[in-house]
Design a protein around this ligand. Structure first.
Ligand code: G3P
Length: 221
């Protein structure tokens, strides 16, 4: 399962990239606004920092302008993924980019039928918004599982990118539901490694080791 980071904060991305476990990055207009930085240079910097897919979202609502914006974004670097909204205009632009071999991420997906249309339009990724559905009491994980079933039945290669993730439990559930990737806020990514029994166990090992008075690097090898 690929793990992407959902942020446009370069300093945060630099720190997380050092783990060697970041497969890509997703951004959206809200995250760019939050960064307080210019869109194009920010995407260029992220693309240099992380070699995986970097989603950059168009701002237009009509297909011809989405295509112009997407071409500009795709020109930034070869790992840019043009992010498009799940509307008929977005799907028209998606089909255009698919025919050009340009990667796309169709976003704001909240239903199986929307995901079906994204696959038919040749999307590279579809982004079902798990957290926003669950905020409303709906089952975002069930949506992932249903999209998985439909895509597998018909052999669609569009990758399911679980988005709007709020907790490590949702990451686990997304993995079990067969999502190909998940995009995580930085805090959720950091939380994936944490377990109180890991901390407790490590503390005990270190204390017992100290009691032996030995040093691995000091041993004659
Ligand atoms: O980038 C899409 C998605 O991950 C947004 O998440 O937290 O704004 O619902 P959120």
């Amino acid at each position: 399962m690929q793990l992407f980071i959902d942020t446009a904060d370069i300093a945060v991305l630099k720190a997380l990239a050092e783990t060697g476990l970041v497969d890509g990055v997703t951004t959206n207009p809200s995250l760019i606004a939050k960064s307080g930085r210019q869109f194009i240079p920010t995407i260029a910097e992220i693309c240099e920092l992380i070699p995986g897919p970097i989603s950059a979202e168009v701002a237009a609502i009509d297909a011809p302008t989405m295509i112009k914006e997407g071409e500009k974004l795709a020109g930034i670097a070869s790992n840019v993924v043009v992010k498009l909204p799940l509307t008929f205009e977005g799907l028209k632009a998606c089909a255009h980019f698919a025919s050009q071999g340009i990667m796309t991420n169709v976003t704001l997906c909240f239903s199986v039928t929307q995901a079906l249309l994204a696959a038919k339009a040749g999307a590279t990724y579809v982004s079902p918004f798990v957290g926003r559905l669950e905020d409303q009491g709906a089952d975002g994980i069930e949506l992932l599982a249903e999209i998985r079933a439909v895509y597998d039945t018909y052999g669609y290669e569009t990758e399911i990118l679980a988005a709007s993730i709020r907790t490590p439990a949702q990451v686990k559930a997304a993995a079990l539901a067969g999502a190909d990737c998940a995009t995580l806020p930085p805090g959720v990514f950091r939380d994936l490694v944490k377990h109180p029994l890991t901390d407790k166990g490590l503390e005990q090992f270190l204390s017992d080791w100290k009691g032996t008075g030995q040093s691995i690097l000091g041993e004659l090898g």
